[in-house]
Ligand binder design. Structure first.
Ligand code: ZN
Length: 396
């Protein structure tokens, strides 16, 4: 459960390349409901640096002063038991987001915390010793080599991540506290895979490779040496670039509720997931959420084809159906084919609508255009443009 204090952290914007990983992390910072990210890559690909750097550039959160879990004063509905009891005397403080690490050797008690049953029975008072999930609330939970973690712990972790609550039950005594975090797992694919049903529970997956290009490698080493020689000076040099990213994240958070996805774009998203053989609806929903978040990060409010394409890369990498002959491979060409298919469908639907309207017009005669006979609503050609999905659930 090591937290980083005062140690100089490598600036996020100074990380060379690995854009897909950086984007995946940023999207989760804007919209944690995307469900975390699994970073797949060899050792030494700056995975842990990127996570710590991102946490360092994010603005401070408002917390309830003295609360073990760092409850959000603006969300009383998510309060822990103690904050609920002290509703009147709440004072607030600012807290920097931290990266809470979950070691591969962690036991269940270390993760969920422990309840002192005897004091609960004898004195009627629940004594709870907080675990890693308590420290992770409103922070980043980082699990290095998640594929080596005990299956039972992974299940537990993903359940809590989905609910935002940690519920501990021991011999009829139970204790609940909020635990909502950005889950970041890393794995080296050479050391074994995660079960497919667990893979699917990570919102995004960023597959990263070591950088082969000699010039880029040179740049990485140069920056690393500059940082090590003068961490403060180096950080100062990149501060403005980091601030720009932080400001964009904040702006995107504000904008996200206003982002809409038109019907024809929604069809593209569904077609991509269907063609990729993604089971269930989690993939579809995550794709739409991710495209919307990307759209907000680009400071726009209507999802485009490019947003969906870019999101698909992160959403499908770990969800493609595996067959004995094809290994899960994300394929740009296949995505383009799906987009074409959906577009043709949209076009033919449009034509049908147009000819329906024409038919009605010829039946009713042009004099009826004033519109007494409005059959249904929006059966005209403008329906696909006007039917927009608001960012409200289930996709926000
Ligand atoms: Zn609290």
């Amino acid at each position: 459960m090591s937290k980083t204090h005062n140690r100089q952290i490598y600036p996020f914007s100074a990380i060379v390349g690995q854009d897909i990983m950086k984007t995946a992390l940023i999207l989760n910072a804007i919209n944690p409901s995307i469900g975390g990210v699994l970073i797949k890559g060899e050792r030494g690909t700056a995975k842990s640096t990127a996570v710590r750097s991102l946490a360092a550039l994010l603005p401070e959160n408002k917390v309830v002063l003295g609360c073990t879990f760092g409850c959000d004063p603006e969300k009383p509905e998510d309060f822990c038991e103690e904050c609920r009891k002290n509703l009147i005397n709440l004072r607030t403080a600012e807290r920097k987001m931290t990266v809470v690490e979950l070691p591969v050797s962690a036991t269940e008690d270390m993760v969920v915390g422990s309840l002192d049953i005897s004091s609960a029975i004898k004195e009627g008072e629940k004594k709870f010793e907080p675990g890693i999930l308590a420290a992770a609330h409103r922070n980043i939970l980082y699990v290095d080599e998640v594929n080596l973690l005990n299956d039972h712990i992974v299940d537990l972790l993903l359940d809590v991540a989905a609910m935002g609550l940690n519920i501990i039950e021991r011999e009829g005594v139970s204790y609940t506290h909020p635990s909502s975090f950005i889950l970041v797992g890393t794995m080296n694919p050479e050391e074994g895979d995660l079960r497919p049903q667990l893979l699917d529970r990570f919102g995004l997956c960023a597959v990263i490779e070591g950088i082969a290009d000699a010039d880029t490698r040179l740049e990485i080493i140069k920056r690393r040496m500059d940082f090590e020689n003068d961490p403060k000076g180096f950080t100062a040099k990149w501060a403005a670039a980091d601030k720009k990213i932080a400001d964009k994240i904040l702006a995107a958070k504000d904008l996200l509720p206003d982002v809409v996805i038109p019907d024809d774009m929604l069809r593209i998203a569904v077609q991509i997931c269907t063609d990729a053989g993604v089971d269930g609806h989690r993939g579809d929903i995550t794709l739409v959420k991710t495209a919307k978040t990307l759209c907000a990060y680009k400071l726009r409010t209507e999802v485009t084809e490019d947003d969906i394409k870019e999101a698909a890369k992160l959403v499908l990498a770990h969800r493609m159906r595996k067959t004995p002959f094809s290994n899960e491979q994300y394929d740009d060409k296949k995505i383009d084919e799906s987009i074409e298919k959906a577009k043709n469908h949209n076009k033919s639907e449009q034509k049908e609508n147009d000819s329906e309207t024409q038919q009605k017009e010829t039946q009713n005669g042009p004099q009826d255009n004033a519109g007494e006979q409005k059959q249904g609503s929006g059966s005209g050609s403008d329906s696909s443009e006007t039917k927009l999905f608001k960012a409200s659930d289930p996709f926000a």
